[in-house]
Design a binder for this molecule. Structure first.
Ligand SMILES: Nc1ncnc2c1ncn2[C@@H]1O[C@H](COP(=O)(O)OP(=O)(O)OP(=O)(O)O)[C@@H](O)[C@H]1O
Ligand SMILES: [K+]
Ligand SMILES: [Mg+2]
Length: 687
């Protein structure tokens, strides 16, 4: 039986890193695409460009209608440059899509022909195509095989190579229970076997999302883009009105403006620069995100990231490495080490969280003892609500859990605790560790020290966030002392300790009610509601499937500090769009004053004083403006694709700076550019 072809090497897919696709290799296919995109059905996504295409068609027709006022060779040049305007905008979009296309193609190729071993109702396994898997199906995957879809590990532990999706070739461990249970389709098992419950229907998987994200033009417009589109359509209508009313003015002075000129004038005045580059800016922004190994479920989330004020981070697994491990057990005064070891082991035997497993491992190594089998125990699984776990065994109740929760469970107060044990607990917490208490039948047996390590470099990233005006808040189910110790080490601005899922959710709602946009990073199943509520919810890829589903972003590298880069990308996206819109509109206003005097000079000689640019003739003025209008799109393509760099500064300072550069620049550049083109066209005898 051939299973899903491990020969289709995952690593070979990953080597086609989009970042390494040079622009030089992309512009050729983009050139072809620019013509394909002339199809009005495609162009209607960009209303301004559709108007330009209509004027290009009209002007082309007018070339065949002799007009004494406009020499045919000038009319032809205008028509050609109008077509160029549309082509340049199409080229920009195609170029932006190019990198993503290459990535999408390699991702698709990697998933073709995959099959799966699905568990049937009678318990047998049947080989089916991966595309036929539905949410809830259970599949078995063995070493060397590809995981056929996103899902949750329900049995087994194995090493998985996720290079095809993340580009990271070091295998990661996936196991049932706990916070490392989510697997991604199209990744390869390199050891052992897993039983996986599929969690996504066809078309909804991580892979599908990645493909949709990088396939540019098919993506949905964000609310911001839609709003800008409406503004651009409004401006187009206003200028249409302006141009239409020019003819009566000309008639009034017994003059006339050729139709070709009016049509061309309309194009120079409507916001073609931003209209032509808008789509490319959005696609390029998403592409930057994909290259960062972050998958966003919507463009809206990325834009929200650009405006985030507060960042909530889960402690375990996000700020720390998250493999909270048992480092020591401490018996309560009057309790033997043997009794504590027995109680702690029993309370952990049925606990499949990472913490529970580490306690069992620790005790088996240090205090070997006879163990009951699992079917002799009644398991009480850990929950973030109770913060307790354990078993009932032979009529006795074994529990372990957070200090306050366990004390409440056995009806004790913190102040009733023996001072020696109390001191030990505080010591564990002050060192950043997590203390658990263990009890059997209401009697305290002692404490367990769970250790975790703060991820390196996290402090520096938080400092950078602070410079961008973003406040960081650590939320944790842990006790206040541990929370404070880790918070101090990581350098967060605020802490919320002993947080249940409800408390996390309430904190986010509270910030949102105060008008702040909230981002949240988390990995656990108990983080899912908060991730869903946050404006930007980023789940760690190696976390739980619940978190990945609730979030609107997934970081494939499971690096929470990546949110900083996402914020940066969001800001760049917003600033780039804003800057080019400012530039485009300033440009159009300037063109109005640059061309009109030249156009009307013959009809209203008094306008001569306004003709500061001394353009050669009305036809040279109009042609120069059209050429400038087309070329400025090409000139700005690199900026649209690369994005405007954003320094750590307040939003107001950013706005001031950009208004100055792109607003003032937008007014001045057309005067210089049109004059230069006018001189060149005249010298070449083209007008
Ligand atoms: N397996 C377990 N059994 C019993 N108690 C546990 C277990 N794991 C954790 N606890 C206790 O429950 C508390 C909450 O744990 P949980 O994993 O829900 O925290 P959290 O809300 O995800 O926040 P963070 O992950 O940042 O600590 C822990 O601080 C610990 O005291
Ligand atoms: K224009
Ligand atoms: Mg957690």
């Amino acid at each position: 039986m051939t299973m899903n072809m491990p020969a289709k090497n995952a690593a070979s897919v990953a080597t086609q890193e989009p970042a390494k696709t040079a622009i030089s290799a992309l512009w050729r296919p983009a050139l072809g695409q620019a013509f394909v995109k002339l199809d009005p059905r495609q162009l209607q996504r960009s209303p301004v460009m559709l108007v330009v295409e209509l004027t290009a068609i009209l002007t082309t027709v007018l070339c065949f209608v002799p007009d004494t006022a406009v020499p045919t060779f000038v009319a032809v040049q205008i028509a050609v440059w109008l077509w160029f305007t549309v082509l340049f905008a199409n080229f920009a979009e195609a170029l932006a899509e190019g990198r993503g296309k290459a990535r999408a193609d390699s991702l698709k190729a990697g998933s073709e022909g995959l099959s799966a071993r699905r568990k049937e109702a009678d318990g047998s396994f049947k080989v089916v195509p991966a595309t036929s898997l539905r949410k809830g199906d259970v599949v078995r995957v063995a070493a060397g095989e590809m995981i056929p879809g996103d899902g949750e590990v329900i049995e087994g532990i194995a090493a998985v190579n996720e290079a095809a999706i993340t580009g990271e070739s070091a295998p990661v461990i996936r196991e049932s229970g706990g916070d490392r249970s989510a697997v991604t389709g199209n990744t390869r098992l390199v050891s052992d076997w897993l039983l996986i419950r599929i969690s996504a229907n066809p078309g909804e998987s991580t892979l599908d999302r990645m493909i949709a994200l990088v396939e540019g033009a098919k993506r949905q417009k964000t609310p911001n883009e839609v709003a800008l589109d409406i503004l651009l359509i409004g401006l187009t209508l206003i200028f249409l009105l302006v141009v239409v009313t020019l003819q009566p003015f000309a008639h009034f002075a017994n003059g006339s403006l050729p139709l070709v000129f009016l049509v061309a004038l309309l194009v120079t005045l409507i916001p073609t620069t931003i209209g032509g580059l808008l789509s490319a800016i959005g696609i390029a922004g998403m592409d930057r995100l994909v290259r960062l190994n972050v998958i966003a479920k919507s463009g809206r989330a990325v834009e929200a990231a650009g405006d985030v004020h507060v960042l909530l981070l889960d402690k375990t697994g996000t700020i720390t490495f998250g493999n909270r491990r048992c480092a020591a057990v401490l018996a309560a005064p009057g309790v033997s080490g043997r009794d504590l070891a027995e109680g702690a082991l029993l309370a952990s035997l049925a606990d499949d969280t990472a913490e529970g497993k580490s306690i069992v491992e620790y005790l088996r190594a240090l205090h070997p003892q006879a163990e009951p089998t699992l079917d002799q125990l009644t398991a009480v699984p850990f929950s973030a609500e109770t913060r307790l776990s354990g078993v009932d065994y032979q009529g006795r109740v074994y529990r372990k859990g957070a200090v306050d929760s366990l004390l409440a469970f056995i009806g004790q107060q913190r102040r009733d605790l023996q001072p020696a044990l109390s001191r030990e607990i505080d010591k564990i917490a002050q060192s950043g560790g997590t203390p658990l208490l263990v009890c059997a039948d209401g009697k305290l047996l002692g404490a367990i020290h769970l250790k975790d390590v703060v991820k390196p470099g996290i402090r520096e990233r938080f400092a950078e966030l602070r410079k961008l005006g973003i406040r960081t808040v650590m939320v944790t189910g842990d006790n206040p002392l541990t929370a404070a110790a880790i918070a101090a080490e990581a350098g967060v601005d605020d802490v919320l300790a002993e947080a249940t899922p409800e408390k996390k959710l309430a904190r986010i709602r509270h910030e949102q009610n105060d008008g702040r946009l909230v981002a949240m990073c988390g990995d656990g199943a108990n983080d899912a509601p908060a991730l869903a509520q946050a404006d930007v919810g980023m789940a760690m890829n190696d976390g739980t499937q619940a978190a990945r589903e609730a979030a609107n972003m997934v970081d494939l590298d499971s690096d929470p500090t990546k949110l900083l880069d996402v914020v940066q990308i969001g800001k760049e996206l917003l600033v780039t769009r804003g800057a080019l819109t400012t530039f485009s509109i300033a440009n159009d206003v300037a063109k109005y004053f640059a061309i009109l005097p030249a156009l009307f000079a013959a009809i209203y000689p008094q306008l001569g004083v306004l003709n500061v640019m001394h353009l050669q003739s009305p036809q040279s003025a109009i042609l120069s403006a059209i050429v400038f209008n087309a070329l400025i799109i090409v000139v700005l393509i690199p900026l649209a694709l690369r994005g405007v760099r954003v320094q750590a500064a307040s939003a107001a300072a950013l706005l001031r700076r950009n208004l100055l550069i792109y607003g003032l620049g937008g007014i001045l550049v057309p005067f210089v550019g049109i004059k230069a083109i006018d001189m060149l066209l005249t010298a070449l005898h083209l007008v």
